[in-house]
Structure formats: C-alpha cells, structure tokens
Design a protein around this ligand. Sequence first.
Ligand code: BDR
Ligand code: CA
Length: 314
Amino acid sequence: MTTPLIIDTDPGVDDAFALALAVASPEVDLIGVTTVFGNVSPELTTRNALRLLALLGREDVPVAAGAARPLVHPQPHVSRAHGGDGLSGHADTLPEPTRGPDDRDAVTLLKDLLEAADSPVTVVPIGPLTNIALLLAAHPHLKERIARLVIMGGGVRGGNITAVAEFNLWSDPEAARRVLVEEDVPVTLVPMDLTRRCAVSAAWLAELAGTSAVGAKLVGLTPDYLATYRRFLGWDGMALHDAVAVAEAVRPGLLEVRRHPVDVECAFGPGRGGLLVDERLEHQGSGVDIAVDADLDGLRAFILDRLSALGVRQ
Ligand code: BDR
Ligand code: CA
C-alpha cells in the first residue's frame, strides 16, 4: 500500500530535488503540495512549485499557496543561496505550467486532503513551519490524520543563517516552536548537521544530468546554489537538505534517529531561531526523533537511482 504524502515547500533548489524524489518514489502517493514564503517570495515559491510539477509530469497534483510571512514577526531577509528566482536564475528553463494554483489556500488544502485520505498522511515540511503551525492551531482534530511530520530544519551543533539558527527555523521561530514543542504530532526532525554530511558532489550531479532531459533540467537549476555550497563546504558539492527528509518519508528508517526533547529560541537576541536539544540522559525517551546518522553513500546512491529512473520514465 502506498503512503499518502504532502510536501509543504519553498522552492528552492534542494526543494526541487525533494519534489522530484517524491514523484519518483512508488512507496508514496504525492497527493498535494503547499507553498510558503522562505527562500524567495511566496509568489515565486508557488510559481516554482507549479513549474517543477510540470517538469515532473505531475500537474494533476494540487498546489496551494500558503503563508506569505511569518506568524508574528516579519522575516528579516530571504535566502541568497538559491539565486534571485529561487532556482539559481534558471526557473524559466522549466516548462510553463498549464494551470494555476488551487483556489484553496494551503491550510484549507491540507485540511481537505487530510480529511479525505484513506489512511494517515505523511507530511513533509521543507520550508518555514508557518503553514503547519496554522493548520495545527486551526484544526487540532486533524492531528490524528497525520502519520508523521518529517521536517527538514534546525541545527543541533550550529546554524547556517546565524551561529545557532538554521534557515527554516530562523524564518519563523514562533511557528517552529508551536509545531516542535507545543504539539504532540509524531515528528522526525532532519537537521542540517546530517543533511550537510549527505552533500552530493559535482560528479554526482554530472551523472544525474547524463541520465535524462529531466535530470539535466534539475541539475541546470543548481549553479548559484552550488557556488554558495562550494564556499560553505570547502569542496565542489551541495547539500540536498530537503531531499534527505523526503528520502526518510518514502523509506521510513533510512535515517538513524535519537529521541530528545527540543525547544526553539524565540527571544530577540543572537540565539533567535536556534534549536535547543536536551541530550541529558534523564530526558531521553521523550520529545522528537532527531535524525543523527545514515549510510551516507547509500543515501546518495538511493536518491541518484530514483531521480535517474524518473527521467527514463518520462
Ligand atoms: C533549508 O533552508 C533552505 O534554504 C533549504 O531549501 C532548506 O529547506 C536548509 O537550511
Ligand atoms: Ca526548503
């Protein structure tokens, strides 16, 4: 039986790979995509999601636009890593979508899909957590319809936007706190400590580009992002953060997890948006599952294999 899957996203280069991996994975049925502000403006994230689904031959999947800003305080700035249009300046190399976004807003689409699904739905938030916090606040009874939230976000040992804050949590710390701390939905949190270790090389990208026109298009979206990660990693590669979360969603258990209580710093100061993980022994056994390790080469091979097969089927 396939697992129904919804992706909440702010495409975003690594979001593009994450969407492609979901489409390429027979274990899951991608039943909806919701968008959120984040890497670029909400208009661009929605347009990019529509274009990516057109590339992937899945224009049947509804795309609903969500939050245009954080819950409480305005976002200080957008990410620079993904280029001005969110896809390294190459969004217009993707096919023009033949349809617009769904008439419903993101929270309404999430609600409708959760209510209609035959079995509990896996939701994969790979942007700021604003839509998910709004969903849980407005429709708390739907928690039981969520099998698991597999969230890309946070850094246990440091951040990428500030010394302690990772982009998705930093973009809306109050929403992240609502979802990770105040609710009791099963969560697997995939932090940047692990996703950075799963970075892929330029050779991996070249191999994907050679598999099909779709693979080549995906790799064509990477130049600005790759340039940022070259500086960040110190070698010629890039982190596929969001695709690692989707990999865990389609193959539960692919990532090794440890359960710890967490909190999110919401005060205004140098720690804002930081993830606090309580690793004290006496608190083990409660909290959220944090992905801490994986067979990294196996994971890279799995993603490459899936994305390559997608191209062949096109
Ligand atoms: C996260 O931030 C975004 O820039 C990426 O798309 C990913 O979701 C990594 O910190
Ligand atoms: Ca993202």
